[in-house]
Design a protein around this ligand. Structure first.
Ligand SMILES: [Zn+2]
Length: 265
């Protein structure tokens, strides 16, 4: 056709690559692209597993609840000490009372003034014991409350840790499954990439980097599967004239466009 060169000027994408590759090698490039797309999807899945977010949430909650647990633990320890102290004080005063009663009953104190003062002291000691026992009771109640609080917090913490362990197991299972699929895709890619000439592969890598991971696309039913656009009649007619081994670029998106038996040319 005489107007060929004009068409070339009108559709510069079509001659841009100036690269030739066996049609079979071009088909293999589509296989490489398929594996690369799979690998990109797997990498995306790996990064965005819902378990990652859940692990972060639970870890944060555990840190918070563990802080509460330390506080509750300290409160229980303080109150336990306070209770022992209150208990010891009661015992001390009771011992003194016992001694005084023994002296009183032994008859060793005969002086009426001494006897009176001893009886006064016993009354005072009883009052003191009553006061101390009230205080001790209050501390015991506080301690009981603090212990209940600590048990609740400890149970919460345990439940959160169980949840975390489960989510981590689920995450690890999902990651292992992804790793397996990545290994399989890499293996498959190695088989097909060996069939693609270096020059075509480096063009593919360059285009792929530029166009969001999709460097090569099939032309199917007059549509570029890279940009999903249907090519216009002039472009399709132009493409139909190009040798089979010419590496084409999509006139719409510039990706490497690989002709297929279903291209619709
Ligand atoms: Zn396209």
């Amino acid at each position: 056709m005489d107007d060929g060169p004009q068409e070339h000027d009108e559709y510069p994408h079509l001659k841009e690559s100036a690269l030739n590759a066996d049609p079979a090698a071009q088909q293999s490039l589509l296989d490489v692209q398929a594996q690369d797309s799979t690998l990109a999807q797997l990498a995306h899945r790996r990064r965005n597993l819902p378990e990652h977010e859940r692990v972060a949430e639970l870890t944060e909650q555990i840190t918070e609840v563990n802080g509460n647990r330390v506080e509750a633990d300290t409160a229980v320890a303080d109150l336990t000490r306070a209770q022992s102290k209150a208990d010891a004080e009661v015992e001390q005063v009771k011992a003194r009372k016992a001694r005084d009663e023994e002296r009183l009953n032994s008859g060793a104190v005969s002086n009426p003034k001494d006897l009176e003062s001893l009886q006064h002291e016993l009354v005072a000691l009883d009052r003191r014991i009553a006061t101390l026992e009230d205080e001790e009771l209050e501390v015991m109640e506080q301690l009981e409350e603090a212990q209940t609080g600590l048990s609740v917090i400890t149970a919460d913490l345990e439940a959160l840790r169980t949840d975390l362990a489960q989510v981590e197991t689920a995450r690890d299972t999902a990651l292992a499954e992804i790793d397996e699929r990545v290994a399989a895709a890499e293996q498959d890619r190695e088989l097909v990439v060996a069939k693609v000439p270096d020059e075509l592969l480096s063009l593919y890598d360059k285009v792929r980097e530029q166009y969001g991971g999709l460097g090569a696309a099939a032309l199917r039913a007059r549509r570029c599967e890279g940009c999903r656009l249907e090519l216009n009649g002039a472009d399709l007619r132009e493409i139909a004239t190009r040798p089979e081994d010419e590496v084409l670029r999509c006139p719409e998106c510039s990706r490497i466009l690989v002709r297929t038996p279903e291209s619709g040319l």
